[in-house]
Design a binder for this molecule. Structure first.
Ligand SMILES: Cc1ncc(C[n+]2csc(CCOP(=O)(O)OP(=O)(O)O)c2C)c(N)n1
Ligand SMILES: [Mg+2]
Length: 356
């Protein structure tokens, strides 16, 4: 099983870096994107705690997975995310305000002005995987050299429908890259209780394609291996499964308290592998990166996130009936009734009108 890591937790390169990682500007872009994601997450938690956002899933500690994936993709590839990959969405041009709208319960947050072809956040675990395979098959049928990237958590890989979707991708050699964001937890269930498989990457073997692992806290490794897999997919070489090994430093969501089921020591130890500190150490070692650059970058991220939050808070809420407007092309009869009851509760209580 291939495992790839380019930079040790203390920022020391293990050997030659891939081409993009030898260009200072590109390293800084990756570093900025990870900080933007962390700032976005911190603001989201603050908004939730003050009653201005719904339940939120932070990606604290996992920024390198999402940013590495976003950076590896071409604009016309399609991202099919789960719900802990804001970093990939922000990289691809989804705005912070749109993401806050989504987490605030407003469907307009999924109507991205930027990457129109990308899929919305998917909360029902693993259900996005079959859709992603369909996207890949569509590209294949049309003869377009494009690929889908499907993100999922470690917990999602234990689901039967995920296996069925991956199996079919293998049969059809669909142009798709599956990225498993292995943060070691599915809410309170540790990785060891989810599956007896030694790795999650090896689940690809049963589907007839290659699985590999990357250090998910090394953004250079994630970006490079996803890039290679995407090239293969676009060239007709079929799918790849990439298991990115990382750690969820935050609670599962703002509705969770992880201190009830996991050790503080494990979390402290995982902070030692923080992807942002690692890239900063590399930048300091191989470029002239200094305190002023760092401060300017953090200020820029804060400004962008504050502006996004302000846009979100200034957006007038839709009426409650909006919840019926985005699920069905034609509203089924039962929901027509519920919608009517919401608009005029008294009329609904009187029962349906018999106009026959
Ligand atoms: C079909 C379905 N079952 C259960 C849930 C409740 N649920 C939300 S997150 C989660 C765990 C997901 O774990 P993982 O796939 O590892 O993703 P992570 O939350 O760690 O990013 C579960 C069971 C759900 N959202 N959807
Ligand atoms: Mg998980």
């Amino acid at each position: 099983m291939r495992w790839t890591g380019y930079v040790d937790p203390d920022g020391t390169p293990r050997g030659d870096l891939p081409g993009f990682a030898r260009r200072e500007e590109e390293l800084i872009d990756l570093y900025r994107a990870m900080w933007l994601t962390r700032t976005f997450d911190a603001k989201a938690v603050a908004l939730q705690r003050t009653g201005r956002l719904g339940t939120f899933a932070s990606s604290l500690g996992q920024e390198a997975v999402a940013v590495g994936v976003g950076a590896a993709m071409r604009h016309d590839d399609v991202l099919v995310p789960s719900f802990r990959e804001s970093g990939a969405q922000l990289w691809r041009g989804v705005s912070p305000a749109e993401l806050y709208l989504y987490w605030g319960g407003d469907e307009r947050g999924s109507d991205f002005a930027g990457p129109r072809g990308d899929f919305p956040i998917c909360v029902p675990i693993g259900t996005q995987v079959a859709h992603a395979v369909g996207v890949g098959l569509a590209f294949q049928l049309r003869g377009e050299p494009r690929a889908a990237v499907c993100l999922m958590g470690d917990g999602a890989t234990s689901r039967g429908d995920v296996y069925a979707a991956m199996n079919y991708a293998g049969v059809r050699r669909a142009p798709i890259v599956f990225v498993v964001n292995n943060n070691q937890w599915a809410i309170s269930l540790p990785r060891s209780n989810q599956t007896a498989a030694e790795t999650l990457a090896q689940k690809a073997i049963g589907c007839g394609f290659t699985g590999e692992q990357v250090d998910g806290n090394d953004v250079i490794a994630v970006r490079h291996r996803v890039e290679v897999a995407l090239q293969q997919a676009r060239a007709g070489g079929g799918p790849t499964l990439i298991e990115a090994l990382t750690y969820r430093l935050a609670d599962h969501t703002t509705a969770d308290d992880a201190s009830r089921y996991r050790d503080d020591d494990a979390v402290s130890e995982a902070w030692g592998r923080d992807p942002l500190s690692r890239l900063r150490a590399l930048l300091v070692a191989v470029t002239s990166w200094g305190r002023d650059d760092e401060e300017a970058l953090l200020a820029e991220c804060n400004e962008r996130i504050e502006a996004g939050a302000e846009d979100y808070l200034a957006t007038a809420a839709l009426p409650p009936t909006a919840m019926f407007d985005h699920l069905h092309a034609v509203l089924p009869e039962a929901l027509v009734e519920q919608r009517a009851a919401l608009v005029a509760p008294d009329a609904a209580e009187a029962g349906p009108v018999d106009d026959g």
